[in-house]
Design a protein around this ligand. Sequence first.
Ligand SMILES: [Ca+2]
Ligand SMILES: [Ca+2]
Ligand SMILES: [Ca+2]
Length: 707
Amino acid sequence: MRFASPLLAVLTAAGLTAGLAVGSASADDSLTSFAAQSVRSPIAQDRFYFVMTDRYRDGDPSNNTGGVSGGLEQTGYEPTSDAYFHGGDLAGLTGRCDPADPDDDGLARLKRLGFTAVWITPPFVQRTVQGSSAAYHGYWFLDLTRPDPHLGTEQEFAAFTACAQRLGIKVFVDVVVNHTADVISYPQGNAFVSLAKAPYRTATGRVFNPWSYTDGTAFPRLSARRSFAKTPVVEPEYRTAKAPAVLNQVTRYHNRGDIAWGSCVGRCEMDGDFSGLDDIMTEDWTVVRALADAYGDWITRYGIDGFRIDTAKHVDPYFFGRWLPLVQQTATAAGRPQFTSFGEVWLTDAAQLSEMMLDRQLPSVLDFPYQDAVRQYVTGKAGGGLLAAVFGEDDYYTSATTNAYGLTTFLGNHDMGRIGFFLSTETQDSGQPLLERALLAHDLLYLTRGVPVVYYGDEVGMTGSGDGTDKRARQDMFATQVQEWQREERIGGSPIGSGTSFAESTALEARLRDLARLRTEHPALATGAMITRYGSGAMFAASRIDSGRRLEYLVAFNTSDQPTSATIATATPGATWQPLLGGAAATSDGSGAVALTLPPRSSTVLVADRALPTPGAPSVSVRVGKDRVTGRYRLAAEVPGADPSTVTFLLRRPGGSWTVAGTDDARPFRVFVPPGRGSVEVAAVVTDTAGQRAATSPVRVRIAPFL
Ligand SMILES: [Ca+2]
Ligand SMILES: [Ca+2]
Ligand SMILES: [Ca+2]
């Protein structure tokens, strides 16, 4: 794997064997000038609404068949089936753009619900029907330079983004770089063929590895007949259907058959076709450039704010380090320097998931480990200890430019199913207790670290039926003609029948508005340092720190059907804690301990009535060890006392200049850095909440690979 950050360059360039070292506190004044704040991503304060455009609102029935006539195979339109287009579109999602109009159910409704960003499913021209399903979801593009006619015109896309900008809602577009629609087939069949069995060959027959050409070396010329494990054949009517045009060339794909789900790992997951979808040769610079230009155009033309990147795990490991800088250049040139992206990488292990950011250069990813833990916690399958354990791995995400505060967090989605489905099928609850669990889940989403993403329909209590996944999790907000959906349970309400989900206001919507207001009025609840305080039994609690005002908040959750009590440590002794959400006031004793009792299935947000105590002179020590989970070196700093301080870790080659490895604002203070060759010097700088600083002396350590 290639490493592009300056930190990694420092580590990989240096000399010899592994070792451990400890550096003690001292007052090296020159190092204290490197003290930095913990990173916050450009979306750290945002609240996302993830919407499947086809299923939200039909603003223009004339586009429902995508501008073509004919049967289902041609139009893809069948609102009584969960597998086809239903008529929702950009005009419907945009609405009248009048936040003062309570009947405007478009973007103005999202604004009223407190959302500051919208993530839409891919809006690009699709292959309308594949097999017995249509591309209403957007993940089968043919032409990524234009919106799909079912969703609207370029003018309507422009009106959508203009409205979003007027309302202060960021627009994130779901993009696919791993694959296109399935128009390539193989006479040899779809079974995956390994590289060992049939390596890639150039047009002249020389064996090569595409990964060897990701450093800028000109990609070899390929031949459809000679280069691949399979012979790619395109259906005649699709030979010029793709855009950008380079994607019409069959040599721009991996052509080695389907990913074998269950048995394939590593290269097979990246080079195989995702259920037949043509897997793009993302190693080829021509392709990288074409995808950057075509997707970049949406930023230039419409002023969008970011991408959600589909199936990122299946893209070659070098791609994002090559493609995203090009996209970012375009965004900066378009006056959008805050443009950012988050990837979809379905891994529930934080150590593995963090590699997608640290090694593969994604600025953020959807936090699947968080989703998995919250699902287990709110359904009562796991206690608060599981949440504490997941947050305990947050330091894996920390680098000079990234950390866990920028992860996009969620409770369910269009693939795995809705949080309402999990709650209604995995607990015995119904009625008010079920609603309370759903409220609790959303409280967690908004009050713990990360960027909350609400899946459309969750705010009206949608659940699901059947297995609740994929097609079954993509209900209509407008009046649905899918019979099962008319009958499905609604949390906090009753089955929707033939009505629309816009008609009533729900308790979940009211809570989302309250939570949005809390995050706006108390920014620490969105972006403040989060320190896990308690995770045991049914209870989880964490502090959020407002470092500017030197103020501590306490958020706590109880999933039990009984009142639950716990004594929770804080950094603010002798305070009265006032509730901002739920619960009652509490007090902390002279050591900062707060005795808290939460009612069944409830949350509380408390704020201390006095500032954090002024800390004494700070001191810090640093220790370097091996992390056998990741194969990285762990830099850990010890800072005595309870002050919510911040530690910046520094790194250099002996005699070189210092680089920031990362800044951590929550104990335990750690960053993880990859091994390399030879020695590096490590140091740590602490900044306490009073602004006092101290640094360790430099510690020399050898950092050879050890796994
Ligand atoms: Ca329509
Ligand atoms: Ca791939
Ligand atoms: Ca930490």
